[in-house]
Design a protein around this ligand. Structure first.
Ligand code: CP
Length: 309
């Protein structure tokens, strides 16, 4: 398709080409080469209504390494502050003949709405609590490179699932690829209906981590919680934080993942976040650039009817 809005319902035959192409971009990046002819002449705009370090920077690098003209729109200094609506902002960028629009927004469904209104290919860079598809693709690439497969692995996704678009996209992708997905967290932070997505639900960390191949921690998203329902950091860590002892419940050598940004001492202890063999958190960031190159490349091909550039 022309857009990448989410992974729900996406078939493995559509997921795998992204991972395979990203694999080749990992090698390109490691050799410090670029392929500037790939997206030459195309314009990419990063439109981020929420903060970002990894996603925005890696889309910028990805676009530049493939030769696109990349613009980072700073929403905080844009006319959104003067009351311009999301759709009017999109129409404005559309009139400038943007080819690819990378959108992060606090409201679930905002990128899908934009996709109906602009000629550009739209990429969801995180919308509310809905999806963050490129994050799940980079997580899958990280796991596949380390474990050699996704099929049959047990992946424990732990923590604030309720507010996590990362969790939702990962659940859709991993269940489609044949992984066994467990969701682990306090009842207040795990939606009851999540089991309808084909995952098992656990409210005890030791039980949820038992024998897992991959332990994926989530950030406690306190900015999306209100007043009395915000757990204290100390209490949260005691029951749902990942430390060396808890990690010992998982399979020996299990991968430790976190999408970032991390709250050290809240959901994850530094000893495991920085574990020299088991933590793949920096590798996730590296895979993020390659995955976004693959996504831009594939969408640009769809956009230009298969002709490069
Ligand atoms: N994982 C992730 O989306 O990080 P940023 O919010 O820094 O982009």
């Amino acid at each position: 398709g022309r857009h990448l809005l989410g992974l729900q319902g996406m078939h493995p035959t559509r997921i795998e080409p992204f991972l395979d192409l990203a694999e080749s971009y990992v090698l390109l990046n490691r050799s410090r080469k670029t392929q500037r002819d790939r997206l030459r002449g195309l314009t990419l705009i990063n439109l981020f209504f929420e903060d970002s370090t990894r996603t925005r920077t890696s889309f910028e690098l990805a676009g530049k390494r493939l030769g696109a003209d990349v613009i980072n729109m700073s929403v905080s200094t844009s006319s959104v502050n003067k009351g311009e609506t999301l759709l009017d902002t999109a129409a404005t960028l559309n009139a400038m003949r943007t080819d690819l629009l990378v959108v992060r927004h606090g409201q679930s469904g905002a990128p899908a709405l934009l996709a109906q209104k602009v000629d550009a290919g739209v990429i969801n860079a995180g919308d509310g609590t809905h999806e963050h598809p490129t994050q799940a693709l980079l997580d899958a690439l990280t796991i596949r490179r380390r474990c050699g497969r996704l099929q049959g692995l047990t992946v424990a996704i732990c923590g604030d699932v309720a507010h996590s678009r990362v969790a939702r996209s990962n659940i859709h992708l991993l269940t489609a690829m044949g992984s066994q997905v467990r969701v682990v967290g306090p009842p207040t932070l795990v939606p009851a209906a999540i089991d309808q997505l084909g995952v098992s639900v656990h409210h005890d960390m030791d039980e949820g981590l038992d024998g897992a191949d991959v332990v994926m921690m989530l950030r406690l998203q306190r900015e999306r919680m209100s007043g009395g329902l915000v757990p204290s950091a100390r209490e949260y860590f005691r029951f749902f934080g990942l430390d060396a002892a808890r990690l010992g419940r998982a399979k020996p050598g299990a991968l430790v993942m976190h999408p970032g940004p991390m709250n050290r001492g809240v959901e994850i202890d530094s000893a495991v976040a920085d574990h020299p063999e088991q933590s793949v958190i920096q590798e996730q960031v590296e895979m993020g650039v390659a995955v976004r190159m693959a996504v831009l490349d594939m969408l640009a091909r769809a956009q230009t009817g298969g002709r490069p550039g």
